[in-house]
Design a protein around this ligand. Sequence first.
Ligand SMILES: C[S@@+](CC[C@H](N)C(=O)[O-])C[C@H]1O[C@@H](n2cnc3c(N)ncnc32)[C@H](O)[C@@H]1O
Length: 802
Amino acid sequence: MEKRGGKITPEQDALQYIAACRDKPFLEERFIDSLKGKGVFSHKTIEPSSFVVEYRGKIICHKNKRPENRRGDTVNGFLYEFSWKGTQWCVDASKEDGSLGRLVNDDHTSPNCEVRKVLCEGKPHLCLFAVEEISPGEEITYSYGDKSYPWRSTDEDLAASNSEESHSDDDDELPGPSRGRDSFGNISTRLHFRDSSPFTKLDSFQEKRNTRRQLKDISSIQKEEDSALSSNERESDGDYEPSDTELKSSCKSAIKAKEKHITAKNYCYVCGNGVRKISRHFKKHADEEPEIAAALALRKNSIERRRQLDRLRNRGNYRHNQEVLRSNTGVLKLKRRPKDDVINASKFVHCLFCKGMLKRSEISRHLPNCAKRSSDNVCSKTVDFSDVALTESELLKNLPSGVWRILRAMKQDEVAFVVQNDPLLIRMAQSLVDEYGNDPSKHDHIRQKLREMGRFLLALHDKGIFGFEYAIKPHNFYKVVDTVKNLAGFSAEEWRYKNPNLALKLGNSLKTLGDILISGAASDKKVVKDANAFIKLCENQWTELVSQTAVASLTGRKVNSPSTIPFTRDVQTFYRYLQKASASATESMTANESPQVYSALCRVTLAQTSVINKCAPEVSAMTLKSFQERGDTTRVLSKHFIKINIMSQTGENVAVLLTSQLVNALTLLLSKRHACNVHEDNPFLFAKPDCSSSSHYHGGSCIKAIVSLCSAKNPEHLRSVHLYKHTARIFQILNLENDELDHLGKLLDHDIRAERDYYRLPEAAVELAKIAKLILAMEKGSLENFKGNSLEEIEIEGLCPV
Ligand SMILES: C[S@@+](CC[C@H](N)C(=O)[O-])C[C@H]1O[C@@H](n2cnc3c(N)ncnc32)[C@H](O)[C@@H]1O
């Protein structure tokens, strides 16, 4: 505010703000940490000597008297005692009226403001004036006076403060605001601290009460059972004077509590303040917060009232903990006192229901009961996810930024919440990012995969399983199977799945999670043993219980699906496109080697290899070694195919079919790895250039990318999982030469069973024969005869049904 016609003095400026009851617009409050609480910050430069802010509050004149041990609503901190003209005055700023002066913190070594009294309508107003230039972003501070405040204490101060201090009533002394019920978290220092303020008696009384509460808190925390209504949170109003011994032991406990970086206070979700009596504190906010009003309106001591207040209390604690984790400063508010001496924040997690913070190892035990108790059922829309961002920042902080970004960009709902709070899913996210590299086009896919697993985990909640670590145990196997069947829409009447792909995908992901769990828990023998037992059960029973029917459901669809002649044309179009792309990438590579050209050739080669091998996942992860040491190759079907045996991740022997063109492309790629910047320690045949030693391309994504470019009429059919098999057959046939094609036709018609070592299933060979017939028809221009037929409808003469 400026006077018209010229600059005003800082005092005049102060008077205008006093009269308007307003604060400067460039000041803002910010939460600093749980120790200091909030503070006031400036957005712009403040000139030295300018008026900054008023310590606004109720100005009370005590007419030479000090308030004697007053215990009323106003004595809750924020009392600024001072003397003026021989009279004791006090500014009581305990009312949270949105004014900023009451939030300015103490700095006794280098404050940037000082307090001066400004007279307005006969009353002294306490105003802060800048003693130096204050830069934008700087916190506004002033010295609360010469008293020994606990946050200033060093060991020496503490020792000194143990001796009595006399209080000075000097007119000029402007001691800072005292807090009767200080929310200062450092209990041990506070217990030693002797306040020189007029409220010494009250403070020591409060200290004893607090100490007693602290004692109660600690013992009740220890006793607390797995209950959402934790007794340590309940408040007591009883007047109790602890004995010296109790005081001493409580001091010890309090010091211990401090060392453990936990607090016994609760944090208000409305104002962020840490208080010991949260229910009483809530009354202040009843007018502005309907939820508080509703909870307080419930019958005193009723379970429902307690439950509602607990819920609101946890909400504030949850936000407080978020801030502590984010800023890495302050003390955590835990639901239960841990036994360990050192608090490792990453070992704690918030309960989805009550939002209390518990040990990760305890959460799965806590959740089912809490879920039952909670009226906020997980499926209920009342769960407030708006503030459920990346909750356990400690856990996620150590992740590579790529993983963090993917998790961060998820729609923040209950699915994201469970994903972000499941250590195994986070590791899965990490491995997916490793797998797909930092290619942003894959992020959606990764997110979808994670959300799919998040939904899976949410469905497992109904069976009392609240984490994948817990799911991957043999005794949970059948619950997991049931959940997968439910999610994939299994119908016992029709004996088929509505979404068989989902059943198959979830099975694969479970297997991946099992592997991740084993690899990360090498030292925990029990976890490894359980996970191995679970995987064994999957190997022995998953097919029968889940995938067989899922595959049958997929095949069932085939009748109506487009495995007809136009599809064959699309395969041919795709095949030709790949041939052309491969030829052009090979040419470019020979002329001008670069990571880009390498990448193009590598991807097209992988797409071809994948299709020909029915998109077996092992193909993408083939090692350089298996290709280089392919001594054990067998020529199959024709001079154009060789078969190499590779070891899958599960230790199985898998045959991979390569055409001579593919062998040539791979040999070329191999020779250019170094020049095209493929990591020298990367063991994969389809390694990515310019990437880490563990990254490689993936057949599925390469196919997807190329399919969308090849101008097929129905590109989606080329990507459909259940058509890969047919596509593979056609590809194999397309690689044959005409005489071989004829030969194949005859061979398949008559000697089909002779080729069993290559065609594992007789049906596969039948399909191959059928497709060969189609291709031959195509070559001869008689394809029209088959138009509209499904593969099943095409007959192979002379072939007995198998
Ligand atoms: C007038 S209030 C200031 C606002 C306070 N930070 C809040 O969030 O409500 C005074 C209280 O703030 C805290 N405080 C002030 N200055 C501090 C400092 N330098 N370090 C730690 N705590 C401080 C103490 O708890 C003190 O009782």
